[in-house]
Design a protein around this ligand. Structure first.
Ligand code: SF4
Length: 747
């Protein structure tokens, strides 16, 4: 099976590997395999999601046919957003209400927050205590893992004790592989989550065949119906809910045959289960389409929403990014994916999945709900987007990159600095502020996480002019206002209005950077772009809300102006009462991420009073990495842990991060169990998976290569494996680090 090409590009910093070329033209869903692309075309041609047949070899694909799945609902007109209600403003997608216990989920209600326990479900007291803690932190719904009959029966005690303690928090049973267990626990819980990838069809069940016939597909679908129907009928009878929870990393082998490892396969899998529910007139269900890759996840949810509009279905959506990790990384990754969808009006219940205790998921969840609530109704006047973005086609702008401004083609990080501040810093402090290395011999160098361009606030003084020269020699870009002390080669900042009103500017080294507020007319933009011929442009909207829509309109106008100038997003977040650092990180990640996942924006200037310069710089790099643009460090995909976890996930993740965190471009998955771990590792290069108490299996991609390693030796065994596969580089020597001032701060 051809796997999706990783949509990553390496940083092209000094002494680093050459940058991997990014696609610069329109490509359909970047992570799709050839098979899925064909499936997509077939589906589009059929006007609905098609049944696609597949085979293991290209030569035998001639047997593939497309058959339209019949629908039972009158199709309404697809809205202007195509996958959402409106393209120009945030408007929630209309859904029915699904009750999970007493919590209503749907577009007529506030977005419900969720988390999942990490205790052993069989330990009733511990699980109850954790659920209560989560509820007290603002979580509306809590999921628990139910892997067998022991846990299914424990659900009765958990529910009973919660009610005795005055907690009506609905509980959701998480089921994998075990339809019989689902039937038992359905008596005690408020909702059952099933994973279409493994409810009936194990990942390996199609290993022995080379081709897939229409009969094979029908047989598999009949097996799904047979296994799912008793649960559907029971939930219907008890007026309980179901989540059809598809995961990108655990699609069934049969779906992989048909659609490849793709969002189309995820949608097809969800629709098949939805059809069974509908056949029995059961409509109390919710869909989810999770992935550890926010770009794939956004694409999958949009495709499902698009398909539901076509089918006339109105089921709510549960949003989440799986295996997002912990700390700032996990929050940013989740906010990019979940936030982008919420700003489009998609999503009725959310989970921020972190490798931390579940109560810590409440804060970012509530912050994301706040982002969605504040964005509601905000946007711009309707405008025409003359691309196929809304239909699911991914575009990345083809830019003309300047040779005299050191932008990074994978995504640039800008930092704003007042002239007064730069004047007060010595060289070591300046390097520290911008993430540069100051070597013992006085040489200043770029690092993986050095700021690319500094934007100066205020008039340049003679003393600052000298410092700017030092920066430009690194090379770090400098953007400032015109003035007598500005060194040659610095980029001069001009506004769009000034550019449009003035004469044609003379050509100069470093050129000009033009600032737009997003409200300019196309004529004004065209005049300004012609007069100034800027090296880059910066979009700095004056409105704090609706930035996603202002930016989409701006990029459409740039396209109309036939401009290929790189465009940076410059967003300001002033201090606000009641908002702390976490809130700002979540809000900004949603704002920037909602554009980056659509290939809009070649970099960012994240300006927030609440965050320190170090945190802003680090978070900017994290955001570019979460958006699959610029990879500046090892990517960790760690499961949030649950009752199945076989080792201390938080401690082990921290150890692995410490040992392997210096390997940009390498993806390491840390998964608590072999039940779901290998399937959920998605596109990781190396996997560290709990296979028994005190035992670890190691993977290279999807293949297990070392089994049953005692956990005390497993981290070093993982390091050896990375070395054996040629992906290891030694971290900077201790003495080098001591000699370098301004090492990158790690959050
Ligand atoms: S991979 Fe992690 S979260 Fe998923 S079932 Fe296993 S232990 Fe639980």
């Amino acid at each position: 099976m051809a796997l999706a090409p990783a949509f990553v590009a390496a940083n092209g910093g000094p002494g680093r590997p050459a940058p991997v070329e990014r696609p610069s033209v329109a490509v359909a869903s970047p992570d799709l395999s050839a098979a899925s692309s064909q499936a997509s075309k077939a589906a589009v041609a059929a006007g609905s999601l098609a049944l696609v047949l597949g085979s293991r070899t290209k030569a035998t694909r001639r047997s593939r046919k497309a058959v339209v799945v019949p629908t039972r609902t009158t199709r309404p007109a697809v809205p202007s957003g195509v996958y959402c209600e409106a393209a120009e403003k945030c408007e929630r997608r209309k859904t029915r209400t699904v009750y999970v216990g007493e919590v209503p989920v749907g577009s007529e209600h506030p977005i419900a927050t969720q988390t999942m326990t990490t205790t052993l479900t069989s330990d009733v007291d511990a699980t109850v205590e954790q659920i209560k803690k989560c509820a007290d932190m603002g979580i509306d719904i809590v999921r628990i893992t139910v892997q067998g009959m022991k846990e299914a029966k424990a659900c009765e005690g958990i529910k009973k004790k919660l009610l005795e303690d005055g907690y009506k928090t609905p509980i959701v049973a998480d089921i994998h592989f075990t339809p019989k267990v689902a039937l038992v626990c359905a008596d005690f819980v408020d909702k059952v989550r099933v994973n279409p990838g493994n409810f009936t069809e194990g990942r390996k069940s199609f290993d022995t065949i080379d081709e897939l016939s229409e009969e094979d597909v029908k047989e598999a679908q009949a097996a799904i119906e047979e296994a799912l129907t008793p649960l559907v009928l029971k939930l219907k009878e008890q007026n309980k809910a179901m989540r059809i929870g598809v995961n990108h990393g655990s699609l069934s082998e049969r779906i992989l045959f048909q659609y490849g490892d793709s969002p189309e396969g995820m949608v097809a899998s969800a629709i098949e289960f939805g059809e069974v529910c509908r056949k029995h007139d059961f409509h109390n269900f919710i869909f989810s389409m999770k992935s550890s890759n926010p770009q794939v996840m956004v694409n999958a949810y949009r495709q499902l929403a698009r398909e539901m509009y076509k089918l006339g279905w109105d089921y709510p959506l549960h949003l989440g990014v799986t295996e997002a990790g912990g700390g700032a990384d996990g929050r940013i990754k989740s906010a990019v994916g979940i936030g982008a969808l919420l700003l489009d009006g998609l999503g009725d219940t959310i989970r921020v999945s972190l490798t931390e205790d579940p109560e810590f998921e409440a804060k970012p969840c509530v912050a994301l709900r706040g982002v969605a609530e504040q964005a509601l109704g905000k946007g711009v006047e309707p405008f025409e987007e003359k691309t196929d973005r809304r239909k699911g086609v991914f575009y990345r702008r083809e830019c003309t990159w300047p040779i005299d401004v050191p932008l990074n083609q994978d995504g640039s990080v800008f930092a704003r600095m007042p002239v007064k501040e730069l004047a007060s810093l010595d060289t070591a402090q300046m390097c520290d502020r911008l993430g540069l290395r100051l070597r013992a011999d006085g040489d200043v160098q770029k690092d993986w996480k050095s700021v690319d361009v500094v934007v100066l606030d205020g008039m340049v003084t003679p003393n600052v002019g000298v410092k700017l020269k030092t920066l430009m020699d690194v090379p770090t870009g400098v953007i400032c206002k015109a003035g007598p002390n500005v060194p040659d080669g610095a980029t001069i900042m001009v506004s769009c209005d000034d550019g449009a009103a003035g004469e044609k500017m003379t050509e100069r080294l470093g050129g000009y950077a033009m600032v737009f507020n997003g409200e300019e007319s196309e004529d004004t933009m065209l005049a300004a772009l012609n007069n100034v011929s800027p090296r880059l442009v910066m979009l700095k909207p004056t409105a704090a809300k609706g930035r996603t829509f202002i930016a989409r309109r701006f990029f459409e106008k740039l396209r109309q102006c036939e401009s290929s100038v790189p465009a940076m997003l410059w967003y300001e977040y002033p201090k606000e009462d009641g908002k702390d650092q976490d809130d700002v990180v979540v809000e900004a990640s949603a704002d920037f991420g909602s554009l980056f996942v659509d290939g809009m924006g070649e970099g960012l200037l994240w300006d927030a009073e609440e965050l320190s310069p170090d945190m802003l710089r680090e978070s900017s790099f994290n955001l570019l990495q979460a958006s699959r643009m610029r990879i500046s460090k090892t990517e960790f995909i760690s499961c949030p842990s649950c009752g199945r976890t076989l080792f201390n996930l938080q401690e082990t993740t921290a150890k692995i991060q410490e040992r392997t965190g210096h390997l940009p471009g390498v993806r390491v998955a840390i998964m608590g169990c072999i039940v779901n771990g290998p399937g959920e590792m998605a596109d990781a290069d190396f996997g560290y998976v709990g296979s028994g108490v005190g035992k670890i299996d190691l993977y290279v991609k999807y293949d297990v290569v070392k089994r049953g390693i005692p956990s005390e030796n497993a981290v070093e065994a993982l390091v050896d494996l990375i070395k054996e596969n040629g992906r290891w580089t030694e971290p900077a020597e201790a003495e080098d680090v001591e000699a370098e001032v301004g090492a990158v701060a790690v959050l």
